[in-house]
Design a protein around this ligand. Structure first.
Ligand code: T5A
Length: 200
């Protein structure tokens, strides 16, 4: 089973993924928690390039780097883990590419979709939580951190990303659960657990 967490930077994905992992492990489930881009040595190296390159990266080069990191992660870690019965929790997956590179950077959505398909081999998450938070609140939460290359993309970019996530969620209401992430960490966690309980 693959469960993914999506949302803009600082929406609480990492926090909620950690809490869900604890909850599932307490119930005896084998859980693998990973992040995108990353999760393997190769994909973490690509993450470094993507987030900390001092040279500007062109939108299509950026798209292909995310997909390359994903292709390796899916083949070497996610698919084998699912096959052995683990629950894989992934901090971001291909919906982020659609939102950031498609809606955010303006690469035609059909192109992004096709690249996502190539990278995942058609793997679709069982469930996706979209942690919905407005830009002001997300900036507030992330204000004491150093911002990476993508986080420096500006408010217009992030407004397009937020609009993109809304459209992506609207198109697949069975897979993508929209969670109001503006409440407390505890309230958000309970909302997520209640959905997960239904599919265990
Ligand atoms: N990207 C990624 C693409 O452009 N295309 C792609 O295909 C993919 C896969 C990755 C970057 O790459 C981009 C998106 C990103 O810009 P990242 O660091 O992995 O970068 O992702 P971020 O989303 O930036 O990770 P963050 O750690 O910033 O955000 P999270 O994980 O959403 O938030 P979290 O849990 O770390 O929380 C942030 C802060 O808020 C607090 C936490 O304690 C923490 O301090 N917090 C709350 N505070 C109040 N109330 C709550 N409910 C809170 N929940 C958390």
């Amino acid at each position: 089973m693959l469960i993914t967490f999506e949302g803009i930077d600082g929406s609480g994905k990492t926090t909620q993924l950690r809490l869900l992992k604890e909850y599932l492990e307490e119930r005896g489930r084998k859980v693998i928690a990973i992040r995108e881009p990353g999760g393997t040595v190769f994909s973490e190296n690509i993450r470094e390039l993507l987030l900390y390159s001092e040279e500007n990266i062109s939108p299509r080069a950026e798209l292909l780097l995310f997909e390359s990191a994903r292709a390796h992660l899916v083949e070497t870690l996610i698919k084998p883990a699912i096959e052995e019965g683990s629950i894989v929790l992934c901090d971001r997956f291909y919906d982020s590419t659609m939102a950031y590179q498609g809606y955010g950077r303006g690469i035609p959505l059909e192109e992004v979709k096709s690249c996502n398909m190539t990278a995942t081999g058609g793997l679709v998450p069982t469930l996706t939580f979209y942690l919905k938070l407005d830009l002001d609140e997300s900036r507030q939460r992330a204000k004491y951190r150093q911002h990476d290359r993508i986080e420096q993309s500006g408010n217009d970019f992030f407004e397009r990303v937020i609009e993109g996530f809304a459209k992506i969620a609207e198109a697949e209401p069975r897979r993508i659960i929209v969670i109001d992430a503006s409440g407390s960490i505890g309230a958000t966690s309970i909302a997520i657990r209640n959905h997960v309980k239904r599919i265990l």
